[in-house]
Ligand binder design. Structure first.
Ligand SMILES: [Ca+2]
Ligand SMILES: [Ca+2]
Ligand SMILES: [Ca+2]
Length: 178
């Protein structure tokens, strides 16, 4: 099965982001680090939203470990991770929960809109670069008050992890896509 180059670039980027402690492999600790950073970036959110985000990160790691850690050493290396591209359906519900938890953190007042600075704080906490965050925000069609819709963001997060998606807003997050 052929995958668009953009999807492979996203795989590289996601792997690098997930390796939050820079060890060269993905392990449980990376997800603890990321969950803490992301929750700390959302001071206006309530405890329930933060707990949901932490749980979503935890589930994400469990799902990766279960499906991708072929040699069962408790870590997912780059080669093992690439198999995620082959079976996106196995990660669908995990990513859906992750996307919804993240979007909920981004919308503490529940009006369905996310302000630029809230979006930027969360995306920076995940590990994205400023210029790519700005480009994605623009692609998500902010309104005249510089807010994007929660639903657009949820869709873009889910597309981002879809290997067969091409020409999506999330490609703006990949540095080489400019
Ligand atoms: Ca790591
Ligand atoms: Ca492994
Ligand atoms: Ca809001």
């Amino acid at each position: 099965m052929e995958h668009p180059q953009a999807a492979l670039s996203r795989v590289d980027l996601i792997f690098t982001l997930f390796d939050a402690n820079g060890s060269g492999e993905i392990e449980a600790h990376d997800f603890e680090v990321m969950a803490r950073r992301v929750v700390e970036a959302a001071p206006q959110s309530d405890a329930a939203a933060k707990a949901a985000m932490t749980a979503a990160f935890h589930r994400y790691w469990k799902t990766l470990a279960e499906h991708l850690d072929d040699d069962r050493n408790g870590r997912v290396d780059r080669e093992e991770y690439e198999d995620s591209v082959l079976s996106p359906e196995r990660f669908e519900s995990t990513i859906d929960e992750f996307a919804r938890s993240l979007a909920r953190l981004g919308d503490p007042d529940g009006d369905g809109l996310i302000e630029r600075q809230v979006f930027t704080a969360l995306m920076t906490a995940i590990g994205f670069e400023q210029q790519n965050i700005d480009a994605l925000f623009a692609a998500l069609e902010p309104d005249r008050d510089d807010r994007i819709s929660v639903s657009n963001w949820v869709i873009s997060i889910k597309d981002f992890y879809q290997p067969d998606a091409a020409g999506i807003p999330g490609d703006r997050l990949v540095p080489s896509a400019g």
